[in-house]
Design a binder for this molecule. Structure first.
Ligand code: SF4
Length: 276
């Protein structure tokens, strides 16, 4: 049995930066408040919580605290509230997400109607919408797009969106013959992981996708892999991998979402080797 790890797998730049910021801060301070779960990976957040990271769902009642903004980013109102409450901010918003905030804010100011392509319930999308007064039309794919009246429109994508979904949306908007600006804001980390998974999945008998069950980029990797490899598993940690007959696999492929640290990938590889 051969185990092959996809060329690009695991922690992306933005998540690594946010986790490093949280680790560095908690090493020299007593506590740090995280607005929402820092990343969708319980193994990492459990470790940080032991060092004093406390998760809250909103800023209500907080005083004299430092608040960590996670890589998904937040809306403009959170910056305003935090300033009004005199809270310190440790802003770990991924620079790629910040760029989307700037586009949405600028184009909304110029009178464009904002369309965000992504999952309306995802914190990144909620944050982006908060930079255009929560007035964006949010669609998850071209089928949700209503007939567009006159624009102008400004389209941006959730950074973890599949390129094919974005392309479908662009074609549909163009078919309405309206004025529109398109900003493909899909992050290269996501595209690279998706491309590497696409290249590996058809060559192996079993594909294992590692990452949080709530991590949207991991779930998208799973979707892609399961269309290309008949046997595809999504696991979050070593103990989720319950397999008995490994002998039937000649090649096992591994990929991991952007919020999966290297040590979780290594643990699963070692576990597979030990089961041989
Ligand atoms: S996936 Fe891309 S946009 Fe999202 S945190 Fe990672 S580097 Fe940033």
């Amino acid at each position: 049995m051969k185990i092959i790890i996809a060329d690009k797998a695991g922690f992306c730049f933005g998540v690594k930066r946010a986790v490093d910021m949280a680790i560095n801060y908690t090493e020299s301070h007593d506590s740090l408040i995280s607005l929402g779960q820092l990343i969708h990976n319980d193994q990492v957040t459990n470790r940080l919580e032991k060092n004093g990271l406390v998760k809250v769902d909103n800023l209500e009642g907080l005083k004299d605290k430092t608040v960590l903004i996670r890589s998904h980013g937040v809306g403009k109102d959170i910056y305003e509230k935090s300033e009004a409450q005199n809270l310190e901010m440790l802003d770990a918003t991924c620079p790629f997400v910040k760029k989307v905030h700037r586009i949405v804010h600028d184009y909304h100011d110029k009178g464009y109607k904002i369309i965000i392509v992504g999952n309306k319930d995802h914190p990144e999308i909620i944050g982006i919408n908060g930079w255009c007064k929560n007035e964006a039309l949010i669609v998850s794919d071209e089928n949700e797009l209503p007939v567009l009246d006159k624009g102008p429109y400004c389209l941006v994508a959730q950074t973890t969106l599949k390129l094919s979904v974005w392309n479908g949306l662009v074609d549909k908007v163009k078919s309405f013959d309206v004025e529109a600006e398109f900003f493909n804001t899909i992050c290269s980390a996501t595209a690279e992981r998706q491309r590497a998974a696409m290249a590996l999945a058809p060559k192996v008998d079993l594909m294992i996708v590692i990452g949080g069950y709530h991590s949207s980029n991991t779930r998208k990797l799973y979707e892609i892999c399961s269309t290309l490899c008949e046997e595809t598993l999504h696991v979050e940690k070593k103990s989720d991998l319950v397999m008995t007959n490994l002998d039937k696999y000649v090649m096992i492929g591994i990929t991991a979402g952007a919020s999966t640290p290297d040590w979780v990938i290594e643990e699963i590889v070692d576990h597979l080797k030990a089961m041989q």
